[in-house]
Each structure stands twice: as C-alpha cells, then as structure tokens.
Design a binder for this molecule. Structure first.
Ligand code: GRF
Length: 197
C-alpha cells in the first residue's frame, strides 16, 4: 500500500504520554494507518521523549498558536486525517473542529457525561468519583466538539471503584482500561477513514 493510502494520525498530548506510547506501538506496523506526528504544548512533557524514542516527529506549539489556527494548518499541511487526543488539556478551537469533522477523538478517564467538563482531568476526576462514593467508573472515548468532553460517544468501558481505592489506585485501574482499549477502538474506525481517503 502506498503511504498516501494510509490513514495519517496525529496525537495531541500534554503529559506523560503512556496512551500515546500504546498508540505509537500499536500502529507501528499497521497496514492502513500510521502515527505521523506527536504534537504537544508542553516541551518538558514525557510524551516528547517517548515520541523521540519511537522515531515519531514531534511538533511543539503554544496556546496562542492553537487558538490562532497555526496548529490546525500544521496538521492540514502534514495531511493528517485523524487527530487523537491522549491527555491533551486545552480546548480545541471551533475552527479546528470544523476542519476535522468527526476526525478528532478524545479519551476521558470517567463515564461521561458524569465527571467531565473544564477542570475535570487527571486526579481531579478520580478524587470526585471517590468522594461521591461511586461503585463504578471507567473511560469514555468520544468525538471532540468545541466544548470540553461533550462530543458524541464512540465507546465506554467500566471498572469497579473499591471502598479502599485512593486516587492513585483508581487512576492505575483506569489507565489499564485506557491502554487495553484506546488503540483497538481507534483501529475499528480505520476502514471508514480509508474509504474516505
Ligand atoms: C489519561 O487518563 C486520559 O484519560 C486523560 O489524560 C490521561 C493521560 O495519561 N485524558 P497519559 O499521559 O496517556 O499517561
């Protein structure tokens, strides 16, 4: 298959990048998709080293470049077909959402619509879940629109919340779910994206 017939995926991440790592590993030898770029607003983030170690080019940008369209044009210039957020904390501008219709995907560490929205990320989510004495939590993989965590759902996966859980133990269980499912759910979207190339 010619490289142009591949679905070209960019990952946007702001943190450690364990999900980004799983995605880079998963798609390294996929016949129809490649991770062509890791883009981050945090030059010190672990994801930068992970991209380097995986041989994936890294693009660094700041918040104003996201808002003024620079990032969107970089992605379009690199002929990116699918944008995958993996621990990316900034709001995606409406214009970029329009430029990639149903082509931007996020993973959230809770069962949306609960525990989503601005400020609900990382340990804040798990602390709120534990404080509410939920007996289950999970992950939501969803399309991105111009509001935090409100796009259409693609898939959800659940896990128990134990009475003894701390935010660390719950985070570890949620990360396990994310690593198991995010690459596979994205892979399921590839045939329809190939059809649209
Ligand atoms: C994940 O829990 C994801 O759900 C959330 O940010 C976290 C990123 O973790 N959006 P990592 O950087 O992939 O380890």
């Amino acid at each position: 298959m010619h490289l142009r017939d591949m679905v070209r995926i960019a990952i946007l991440a702001s943190g450690n990048g364990s999900n980004a790592q799983r995605l880079m590993d998963h798609f390294r030898s996929h016949p129809q998709a490649r991770i062509v770029l890791v883009a981050t607003d945090q030059p010190q983030a672990g994801v930068v080293q992970r991209a380097w170690d995986s041989g994936v080019p890294c693009y660094l940008f700041n918040g104003s470049q996201l808002r003024d369209g620079t990032v969107q044009y970089e992605l379009l210039g690199q002929r990116v077909d699918l944008v995958v957020l993996a621990g990316f904390l900034r709001l995606i501008p409406a214009e970029m959402v329009r430029a990639f219709p149903d082509r931007i995907i996020n993973i959230h560490p809770a069962l949306l619509p609960k525990y989503g929205g601005k400020g609900m990320y990382g340990h804040h989510v798990h602390e709120a879940v534990i404080a509410t004495k939920e007996t289950e939590s999970g992950i939501t993989i969803h399309y991105v629109n111009e509001r935090f965590d409100e796009g259409g759902h693609i898939a959800q996966f659940k896990c128990p919340v134990l009475p003894t859980d701390t935010r660390q133990t719950l985070a570890a269980r949620i990360h396990g779910l994310e690593h198991a499912h995010y690459p596979e759910v994205i892979q399921r979207l590839i045939p329809q994206l190939v059809a649209g190339l």
